[in-house]
Design a protein around this ligand. Structure first.
Ligand code: NAD
Ligand code: MG
Length: 389
């Protein structure tokens, strides 16, 4: 029986994770759950999965949840300390890191420092603090297993091969809902347009990141840290069907890929049960019915976020943390109707230009860069003279 702590249990990845747990009660037990603001769903999950510990954002929500659950309530914690306790002190064998954004960094790092294996969905953790996180992974000797479908595909495609034989990684990208829109059309898209992803049902932030292609940029940086390869050895192919989840090209020209229908349950289940595989009740991949798969180069003119992410990775140090923080602020402003879609990359580019990269070798350095980039992005968005709308 493997015990799990699920950080961000009310989100898209969290809910899919609990679906897998519910289908395999003989394999998994839930020790801890954490959520942001969705108390209704968290209450339902607590009643169904009976964790010993939970964490919510603040004391008021903790009190409200405690009152609703009455005598049978688990230990209910709150805030940053509550999250960190659920990550590091629940006794879980595996922490599923599925909070969105840099808010996931400290609890994920706490789990690693406590010597607990991590199934990582929260890519922002590696983007912002890859050096610190991978240093802790090596020092503590834990397994960091990717949940992101591209990284899970690469993880699987590397198995049984020599790292020295890798020529490059090829990440696939659906291209998002605006793959074929002109620059003029992109300037007019609304949050509702951007939230309608063609292949994947995901949380709001990653859905916007997919529409700008920043998601792929973040994934390039995530791949750099997970697989220890430089930017030049990580390519991106647009693949609208999202069937080939990513590939590894070897020095002899052989390309190993992992394919499947686009459903996050496959990579989540593998991360939960690795190195075993769990039977899943999903429709099989029917390549004959699909007939064709398409691939093309990404267009960084229309999708500048991808180029900005490569730029930040090449700059190194705290630049990716600044990129990530500026992106989080810009995406939130776009979702709130305060920023145009094409202003998202302009804000990030401006924040990166002003950012003075420092070594990203401590959590303090990363958090300082994150905070400074957030401030810079907010003031650019708020300045009427900025011309960013
Ligand atoms: P989501 O928005 O659906 O869920 C996020 C979860 O985190 C929720 O439980 C929410 O309550 C919690 N949360 C949000 N802000 C918080 C905060 N400040 N403090 C504490 N908890 C907070 O997001 P998602 O789509 O499930 O994505 C989660 C992570 O997984 C992201 O980093 C995303 O990039 C990554 N990911 C998601 C998918 C997907 O298909 N959804 C695929 C690959 C990677
Ligand atoms: Mg992905």
């Amino acid at each position: 029986m493997k015990t799990l702590a699920i950080l961000g249990s009310t989100g898209s990845i969290g809910v899919s994770t609990l679906d897998i747990v519910a289908a395999h009660p003989e394999r998994f037990r839930v020790a801890a759950l954490t959520a942001g603001r969705n108390l209704d769903l968290l209450e339902e999950q607590i009643r169904a999965f009976r964790p010993e510990m939970v964490a919510v954002c603040d004391d008021a929500d903790a009190a409200r949840l405690g009152a609703r659950l009455g005598a049978g309530a688990p230990r209910i914690l709150s805030g940053r300390d509550g999250l960190i306790a659920c990550a590091a002190q629940s006794g879980a064998h595996l922490v599923v890191s599925a909070i969105v954004g840099a808010a996931g960094l400290e609890p994920t790092l706490a789990a690693i420092e406590a010597g607990i294996d991590v199934a990582l969905a929260n890519k922002e953790t590696l983007v912002a603090a890859g050096e610190v996180v991978m240093g802790a992974v090596a020092r503590r000797g834990i397994h960091l297993i990717p949940v992101d479908s591209e990284h899970s595909a690469i993880f699987q495609s590397l198995a049984g091969h020599r790292r020295d034989d890798v020529r490059r990684l090829i990440l696939t990208a659906s291209g998002g809902p605006f793959r074929d829109r002109s620059a003029a059309e992109l300037a007019r898209v609304t949050p509702a347009d951007a939230l309608a992803h063609p292949n994947w049902a995901m949380g709001r932030k990653i859905t916007i990141d997919s529409a700008t292609m920043m998601n792929k940029g973040l994934e390039v940086i995530e791949a750099h840290w997970l697989f220890d390869l430089p930017a030049e050895k990580i390519a991106v192919h647009v693949h609208p069907e999202s069937i080939v989840h990513s590939m590894v090209e070897y020095v002899d020209g052989a390309v190993i890929a992992q394919l499947g229908i686009p459903d996050m349950k496959t990579p989540i289940a593998l991360a939960l049960s690795w190195p075993e595989r769990l039977p899943l009740d999903l429709p099989p991949l029917d390549l004959c019915r699909l007939g064709r798969l398409h691939f093309s180069e990404p267009d960084t003119e229309r999708f500048p976020c991808l180029a900005l992410a490569y730029q930040a990775l090449r700059t190194g140090g705290t630049a990716p943390a600044a990129l990530n923080a500026a992106n989080e602020v810009a995406v939130e402003a776009f979702l709130d109707g305060r920023l145009d879609f094409m202003a998202i990359p302009r804000i990030i580019a401006e924040v990166l230009d002003r950012h003075q990269p420092a070594p990203a070798d401590s959590l303090a350095a990363v958090l300082a860069a994150d905070a400074a980039a957030r401030d810079a992005a907010r003031s650019l968005i708020n300045s009427a003279a900025g011309g960013f709308r």
